[in-house]
Write a protein that binds this ligand. Sequence first.
Ligand code: NAD
Ligand code: AHE
Ligand code: ZN
Length: 375
Amino acid sequence: TQGQVITCKAAVAWEPNKPLVIEDVQVAPPQAGEVRIQILFTALCHTDAYTWSGKDPEGLFPCILGHEAAGIVESVGEGVTEVQPGDHVIPCYQAECKECKFCKSGKTNLCGKVRGATGVGVMMTDRKSRFSVNGTPIYHFMGTSTFSQYTVVHDVSVAKIDLKAPLDKVCLLGCGVPTGLGAVWNTAKVEPGSIVAIFGLGTVGLAVAEGAKAAGASRVIGVDIDSKKFDVAKNFGVTEFVNPKEHDKPIQQVIVDLTDGGVDYSFECIGNVSIMRSALECCHKGWGTSVIVGVAASGQEISTRPFQLVTGRVWKGTAFGGFKSRSQVPWLVEKYMKKEIKVDEYVTHNLALEEINKAFDLMHEGGCLRCVLKM
Ligand code: NAD
Ligand code: AHE
Ligand code: ZN
């Protein structure tokens, strides 16, 4: 198949909010600096639902969504040296070129090399898509488009992993689990003994809990409006629960009262700007730090009284938990293989690609953390 167009199945989002359609998609061969990957397993993340909803200012249609996956390199374009056909890989929506201003700064995991193309659904070299359906181009998404049996990505967006790692599990290391762990370890740098509050106990929030427990947090307060999340959250390190629906007071006040003045660290893992405010304001005066992880819709803005910051609270954000993707995803895979981090526990459902619309329904029903699709 090397050098040839591959026709395979992919779930195409033709329009916002309209059910995805399984189409025969033509996938062009990789050009210079590109890698064609056979995706074997992909999970769904809340961000896929967000872009599908039409509220993502970078959302373009028709497109192939998906960004949390694992697969095998099928072929590589000219000049690609770091991976070869047969390698097991995780596509990384946050690239790492190791050469750009961002990569060299040592201050961020963001990479500038291909971001200008991935934000507009095309590949760098010719600003075109490698996907089409009967001649109609289909946009890429986040530089990954994993809801396809074959995808083409930039070489700076591919992490090569251990051949022994089970791809149906480690696909989760493409987004949600690293994001939560890294928000704690890299962005907040939670110290032993800290009091932590987590808003939203989906996969990202539970990975924050797991990271906080590993960092030695003394109390991990989980906040969710879905009480079903509470039982499972205990297994990830959450020590106390608060359901905002059971309180009349603003939720930040409830948490301040529970913690003698506020938490050391809080994490917003929902994407709701009013909860982002609560998460900042439940932090302790003088030092409390709040990390925004959730992705909010186009047009939404955060606000608080500047006095909150003047009096020492700190507002931060994180993308992919601050992990450098190509360098650190293989390390996360090793940590999983050594049973130092959980992954299997986040997989609550397994379906086939053809059932992808059902998988999106499950996401909104609660009781579902990650649904892994077999391609
Ligand atoms: P999810 O849908 O599985 O989990 C969200 C949780 O929030 C659910 O348990 C839900 O019950 C709860 N919730 C909803 N509204 C609430 C409210 N008002 N108060 C309290 N709890 C509420 O989502 P996920 O896949 O875990 O992703 C979480 C967020 O993180 C999303 O916004 C996603 O887009 C974002 N995300 C960001 C990054 C990043 O790099 N920054 C990476 C992955 C995901
Ligand atoms: N296009 C969106 C931005 C969405 C966003 O913030 N994405 C996160 C990853 S979410 C993964 O589930 C991210 O990495 N952001 C940094 C980046 O470079 O995109 C919007 O709202 O505009
Ligand atoms: Zn994601």
